[in-house]
Write a protein that binds this ligand. Sequence first.
Ligand SMILES: NC(=O)c1ccc[n+]([C@@H]2O[C@H](COP(=O)([O-])OP(=O)(O)OC[C@H]3O[C@@H](n4cnc5c(N)ncnc54)[C@H](O)[C@@H]3O)[C@@H](O)[C@H]2O)c1
Length: 361
Amino acid sequence: MIGAGLPGGADRNGPADGSTNGAPNGSTGERFLVTGALGCIGAWTVRTLVAGGTSVVAFDMAGDPKRLRLIMSERELAKVTFVRGDITDRDAIGRALDEHGITHLIHLAALQVPFARADPPLGALVNVVGTVNVLEAAKRHAGLRGPVVYTSSIGMFEAADADAADGRLHVDATAHPRTHYGVYKLANEGNARVYWLDDGLSSVGLRPLTVYGPGRDQGLTSGPTKAILAAVVGRPYRIAFGGRTLLQYAEDVARALIAAGRSGLTGARVFNLGGSLVGIDDLVATIERCVPEATGLVTHDPEPLPFPDAIDDAGIEAIGEVPVTPLDEAVRRTVEVFRRSLDRGSLVPEEHGLEPVATTS
Ligand SMILES: NC(=O)c1ccc[n+]([C@@H]2O[C@H](COP(=O)([O-])OP(=O)(O)OC[C@H]3O[C@@H](n4cnc5c(N)ncnc54)[C@H](O)[C@@H]3O)[C@@H](O)[C@H]2O)c1
């Protein structure tokens, strides 16, 4: 049996008994709503808000809180109000904002590259129409105190969009997306800009590249985290890319999103998000240092990801502190989370992105 506040069969769950949910954060009156809260970045955002004593409503169409459970205790989970809903239902977000007295909105719900590639019309519906639904609901909701915060993506650029002179991707570079997903992200930035121009709705879009850490189990760039999990459970794993990429620890991304929500920035702002620029060789060596018994198990393909890797995050200081956990420390913490779950007997590697082990009959 999971905590009373956790998503189950019902469409909507109210506050858990005896928890601090049901009322906005006492000292500040803040109450965040996070869409896509059961995803990787969403789970870390919820966790970080709860750890800071902030009231949070977790909005997601999925019902399985497996990523939250990996990184939060039952006691912490009981403090979260869960709303099961679909951002393609144009009224669902508005209802949640009004009924829960939301003051801050972080929008993360989306279909990642492989899912958008498999079904482009559904991808457009969720990623573009869903985001317009969120912006429209935010416009109509009187109680918002800060900008709407959403994740755009470096994935909307191709490698050649980096500046030819210094090799870096500047924030105002022209995007030439090579995937439907990238086109959707570009459209979202445009729609956010028009909501500012037409309606005065402020927003901040952050563009991560390769997010890693516990809970990162699906999507084009989930290989680094799956490799860490494979090392912990002693299985071979091949990361499907090489070269170097900008790695962003999921907890750091969550902190940046929350800071953006509290920033008071106005306008339609967009920032590239910094992180650790790392060669995949170095990542593998770091995993082997943290899990020596897995030496030789993690390998990688040679081709780099088709995105710029050197990212110029100029201007992002406008949102406040943007933490970057060093690679060694982030890998060590990720290993710890997986090991703890393994020791508890609750780690099912297939639930966190690993392929089932092939059996021979
Ligand atoms: N992970 C990365 O490296 C990365 C990089 C750049 C941008 N982003 C963006 O950050 C956001 C979060 O990424 P993530 O890695 O946490 O993704 P994720 O796939 O782990 O989680 C996405 C969540 O959205 C929910 N969702 C999907 N469709 C929905 C709908 N119609 N209504 C309500 N909920 C829905 C899913 O159930 C899931 O819990 C996404 O917008 C993604 O495009 C991620």
